[in-house]
Ligand binder design. Sequence first.
Ligand SMILES: O=C1C[C@@](O)(C(=O)O)C[C@@H](O)[C@@H]1O
Length: 235
Amino acid sequence: MRILHFKEWHRFKASLGSLPFDVLEWRIDILKENQPTAFEAVIRDFQTTFPKKELMVTYRTEKREVNEEEKEKREEVYTYLLTQPLDYIDVECSFIAEHLPLWGEWPKEHLLVSTHLYGEEAKQRVAIGSELLELEPKQIKMAVDPLGLSQDTDWLLLEQERWTQAEIPFSLMVMQDCGKWSRALAPELEEQFVYASVGSCCREEGQFTANEMKQIEEELWQRRKKSKKQTQCDN
Ligand SMILES: O=C1C[C@@](O)(C(=O)O)C[C@@H](O)[C@@H]1O
């Protein structure tokens, strides 16, 4: 399943029709105009234009520590999002604790929890995973740093195992350019989600565009076919 990472609806809407994607991730936190009332028209327009695609909304800030005003703003946005017919709402794990009363009423089938792990101690990481697991989200996405955590295979395998046991799809991505391998191999590793960009002008570091991801998938498929043939000939 491919997710298209996306910011400005009116600027990019026209180019979406020809792109391969299943879910559109709309990063409303980055928009200048992020008043809840401004979202509604876009949500409706998306659903009318792409009735077969899913919509994910992400609202988060880069900073873990936020002031009272920002907290209120976030609370207002989440309260609004809860009333909307969305397929996924991506919530960064560090914000969940603050808004727990809100999540209590959350329709869990829409909740995607995310965590970006950089430099946490192993114990802390396991605790974050446990806290998230308790929320029983629809999906979990973990983004890890390219040189540290992605090498900690014991932890990653254990984490993956407990989510699999709970039957909650787990997606892992290694960030930045040197973590690109994790996105390229995502179809092979059967990751539930792989994030791609609309075009090369607006990609996050490490992201392929949606068209590049499609080519990678086709290439992997061809190679698998070739190697199956080869094995049959060898036998
Ligand atoms: O967490 C992620 C992953 C991401 O940062 C990426 O690098 O593909 C893109 C973000 O929009 C998304 O919420």
